[in-house]
Design a protein around this ligand. Sequence first.
Ligand code: GTP
Ligand code: MG
Ligand code: ZN
Length: 291
Amino acid sequence: MPEGQIVRAVSGFYYIRSAEGDVQCRARGVFKKRKQSPLVGDMVTYEPTDPGQGVVTAIAPRTSELMRPPIANVEQAVVVASLREPGVQRELLDRFLVHAEREGLRIIICLTKGDLVDDSGEVDAIRTVYDPAGYPVLVTSAHTGEGVEELAAELAGRLSVFAGQSGVGKSSLLNTILPEVELATGEVSRKLGRGRHTTRQVEILALPGGGQVADTPGFSQLSFQQMEETALGECFPEMALRSPQCKFRGCLHHNEPRCAVQEAVKRGEIDEGRYRNYLQFLDEIREQRRY
Ligand SMILES: Nc1nc2c(ncn2[C@@H]2O[C@H](COP(=O)(O)OP(=O)(O)OP(=O)(O)O)[C@@H](O)[C@H]2O)c(=O)[nH]1
Ligand SMILES: [Mg+2]
Ligand SMILES: [Zn+2]
């Protein structure tokens, strides 16, 4: 039976790209019974029915899986945040970073709308926070083309996902990288100061030089279901690096004595804002486990 990759999903239909061409499929009922659902990015086997149509019969094991945005098998996450309209939301950024780390993804932080800020102080401050975690920070502008070539080079040859709040300019940036596609973009609401959820579906697009990139709908909430307390620290690279020096194995870096992470925060080697977000997430995970 033929195989292919799900590149888009719309209300129960899966659009599959395969050597045979593009095929529109439904999923076999058995997936629903198993509470399994195909995701964009899945490599699947399908059974052709009519020309250009078929039924998904099997899903290959995933190398990674994100629930928000929902996509499988990505290798790299481009975490998109805008410097203005709306400004960078550090907490949401850190939330997504945890999920991307958990899936072992390569990560790039992409700051958009660089044309709206004149001094570099703000960007430098963000770099100071994320350098110790090992995340490259790229500044881009869909209006001036700043950083676009650099970003395109990072996308080459792999499957990446653009993820971030609504209105930060994910689709606009992809339009500058992929001039032959015309993704819809939407104004940021002046009144609410946020985007209007213009992109409604996850869609995988082919890059001209090889590789693929997925545009996704913006999100503003992200929870930590099915995450263990002890796994959280592993998703903050600058903390994971130091935890072997903590006195206690399984240290949660909260109020344990002789904790290398808390000491590094005090010395200013770990950003305080990152650490605060870590504690906030730890609290949320504990709350969830209570039920
Ligand atoms: N000044 C400036 N505005 C930009 C830039 N990139 C995007 N915008 C504007 O930001 C608004 C939102 O852009 P979109 O590309 O639709 O944002 P998005 O992240 O795809 O939003 P959703 O699809 O809702 O998740 C639009 O009005 C764009 O014109 C930029 O580099 N500079
Ligand atoms: Mg969009
Ligand atoms: Zn510790």
